[in-house]
Design a protein around this ligand. Structure first.
Ligand code: BES
Ligand code: MG
Ligand code: ZN
Length: 486
C-alpha cells in the first residue's frame, strides 16, 4: 500500500512548519532550490557552509541530515538544475518518502521540489506517494510496520499536487492487486474492486459469470477457465463523462494465476505467474484515477479473468474453441492462454461500444523479455496516429515503449490449417509479434488498436525510489492517464 494517505498543502515557509522533520532541496550547481532559499533564515549559513565544504553535492540520491534547534532538516539532492525534468522530479520526491520511512516517523514536511514550475507539481505528488509504497500486508510482526501516513507540502498549493497524489494512489492500487497472491487476487476479488471503483465514480459495472459468458458465446474464456474451480469473471466498467463522443476502450488480461494448463510451465519462478493479471490492474488503476478526478471523457474497461490450471476438465492442445466474434481458434499450446481470453474481450469491445480506439494490456509473452528486458513494453498496432499518441505519452511519463512490426508475414504465421487461427506463431520466432497478430483477428474492422505486451515491465524492473524491489510496478497506469488527458 501507499503509506501516505493524507496530503496537506501549506503556504507557510518551510522553517516555521510544525513537523519535526523537514526536507528541502539543493541543486548540483550548489544552490538551494527556490523554496529552500529563505533570506535571513539562520539555517542558510549552515547550509552554505555544508555546500561550500564540498560535503553536499546535490546529486540525485544524496541527502544530508542537519539537527537544528528542535528540527531535523534533510537537504536532498535535486541533480542539475538545467536537466531537471518530470522523471527526476518523481525520483526526488520518492527519495524524500523513502528517507522518512527509514526514520520511522508518521509525518513530515517537505518543500515541493517543483523549482517554481507548476507542471512539475503533479510529478512531485506522484513521486511522494509511489516512494511511500511498500507491500507488507502479510508481515505480522509489529516492527515490520511503517508509521508514515501524512505529508505537508510547503511552498506550493497547486491542484496538480493533489492530481499527482490521486494518480500515485491509483498506481499503488494496481501494485497491490498484482502483489497479492493468486489465492487472494482472484477474479472475484477483481470484480469486487471494480465494484468499489464504480460506486466511487458513478460508473456502470457489469460482471458476467461462467454460465453467462459461456451462453453468450465467449468460447475463449470458457475454454481457458474450464480447468479451474475458482469462479471466472468477465468484467465491464463504463464511465461516461464526455457527452456524445465515442468511448475509448481499455482491455486488460486478468489471468490471476497461470500454471500453463496442460502445456504446464516449469516449476522455477512459477510463483511469478500470480502477476499474470497485471494487464487488468492497468485498467483498474486507470479507472480508480478516473473515479477520483472525474474527467470529461468516455472510457470503457473490459477484463476477462480466470486462472489457467490443469485438471480433468482443462482445455487441451488440439482443442478448437469459438470466440465471441465467431472465429475459431486451434489451441496448440494451452500456455498461450492470454490471447485466447482476450479474443472474447476484444470482440466484445468491437461489437458493443463503437470504440474510438482500443488499447489492450497483457503479460502476454516471455519473448518480450528476451527482446526488451525489464526496460520497455513491446507495442504493436494497426494505426499510426494512435501509435504516435502512445509514444508521446510514453515519453512524457517515462514509461518506455518500443514498437515491433506487425507485418503481414507475421500475421500469416497464426493462420491455422483446420481453424481460422491458431494460438501460436512459428515456434521459437517472433513470439511477441505472433501474440499481437493473433489478437488483431478479434479487433473490429477499422478500429484503431494498440496492444501492450507488459510481461517485462509489470514486475521485475530495476528498483529505484519509486519502484520497490519484488513488487508489481503498476506500469501503464500513468501512461494511459496521460493519453486520456485525465
Ligand atoms: N503469462 C505468460 C507470459 C509470461 C511468461 C510472462 C514469462 C512473464 C514471464 C503467457 O501466458 C505465456 O505463457 N506465454 C507463452 C506463449 C507461448 C506458449 C506461445 C510464453 O511466452 O512462453
Ligand atoms: Mg501462459
Ligand atoms: Zn499467461
Amino acid at each position: 500500500m501507499s503509506h501516505i494517505t493524507n496530503i496537506n498543502l501549506s503556504k507557510k515557509s518551510w522553517d516555521v512548519v510544525t513537523e519535526k522533520l523537514v526536507i528541502v532541496g539543493v541543486y548540483e550547481e550548489k544552490t538551494l532550490s527556490p523554496i529552500a532559499e529563505i533570506i535571513n533564515s539562520s539555517s542558510q549559513n549552515m547550509f552554505k557552509h555544508a555546500i561550500n565544504s564540498g560535503d553536499v553535492n546535490g546529486k540525485v540520491g544524496t541527502s544530508h541530515t542537519f539537527y537544528f534547534n528542535d528540527k531535523i532538516i534533510i537537504l536532498i539532492g535535486l541533480g542539475s538544475q538545467k536537466n531537471y525534468d518530470a522523471n527526476i522530479a518523481r525520483v526526488v520526491a520518492g527519495n524524500a518518502s523513502r528517507l522518512v520511512i527509514k526514520k520511522n516517523l508518521d509525518s513530515f514536511a517537505t518543500e515541493c521540489f517543483c523549482g517554481g514550475e507548476a507542471k512539475h507539481c503533479q510529478f512531485i505528488g506522484e513521486g511522494l506517494v509511489l516512494g511511500s509504497y511498500e507491500f507488507l500486508d502479510y508481515k505480522t510482526k509489529k516492527n515490520k510496520k511503517t508509521k508514515l501516513e501524512s505529508v505537508t507540502i510547503v511552498g506550493c498549493n497547486s491542484s496538480l499536487l493533489e492530481k499527482g497524489f490521486e494518480i500515485g494512489k491509483s498506481v499503488c492500487l494496481a501494485r497491490d492487486l498484482g502483489n497479492h497472491p493468486g489465492n487472494v487476487s482472484t477474479p472475484t476479488k477483481l470484480a469486487e474492486i471494480a465494484k468499489e471503483i464504480a460506486t466511487e465514480g458513478g460508473m456502470k459495472l457489469t460482471v458476467f459469470d461462467r454460465k453467462e459468458f459461456t451462453d453468450m458465446g465467449m468460447g475463449g474464456l470458457a475454454g481457458v477457465s474450464q480447468g479451474t474451480d475458482e469462479p471466472p469473471k468477465f468484467i465491464i466498467l463504463e464511465y461516461y463523462g464526455g457527452g456524445e463522443e465515442k468511448p475509448k476502450v481499455l482491455v486488460g488480461k486478468g489471468l490471476t494465476f497461470d500454471a500453463g494448463g496442460i502445456s504446464i510451465k516449469s516449476a522455477g519462478k512459477m510463483d511469478e505467474m500470480k502477476y499474470d493479471m497485471c494487464g487488468s490492474t492497468v485498467v483498474l488503476g486507470v479507472f480508480k484515477a478516473i473515479a477520483a478526478l472525474k474527467p470529461n471523457i468516455n472510457v470503457v474497461g473490459i477484463i476477462p479473468s480466470t486462472e489457467n490450471l490443469l485438471g480433468a476438465k482443462a482445455y487441451k492442445p488440439g482443442d478448437i474453441l469459438k470466440a465471441y466474434n465467431g472465429k475459431t481458434i486451434e489451441i496448440l499450446n494451452t500456455d498461450a492462454e492470454g490471447r485466447v481470453i482476450l479474443s472474447d474481450a476484444l470482440s466484445y469491445a468491437s461489437k458493443h461500444f463503437q470504440p474510438e480506439y482500443i488499447l489492450d494490456f497483457a503479460t502476454l509473452t516471455g519473448a518480450v523479455l528476451a527482446a526488451l528486458g525489464h526496460v520497455a513494453t513491446g507495442v504493436m498496432g494497426t494505426n499510426n496516429d494512435l501509435m504516435d499518441t502512445v509514444k508521446k505519452s510514453s515519453s512524457s511519463t517515462g514509461e518506455k515503449v518500443w514498437e515491433l512490426p506487425l507485418w503481414p508475414e507475421f500475421c500469416k504465421q497464426v493462420e491455422s490449417d483446420i481453424a481460422d487461427v491458431k494460438n501460436m506463431g512459428a515456434p521459437g520466432q517472433a513470439g511477441t509479434i505472433a501474440g499481437a497478430a493473433f489478437l488483431k483477428e478479434f479487433v473490429g474492422e477499422g478500429i484503431p488498436w494498440v496492444h501492450f505486451d507488459i510481461a517485462g515491465t509489470a514486475w521485475g524492473v530495476k528498483p529505484n525510489s519509486i519502484n520497490p524491489k519484488n513488487s508489481a510496478t503498476g506500469w501503464g497506469v500513468r501512461l494511459v492517464l496521460d493519453m486520456l488527458e485525465v
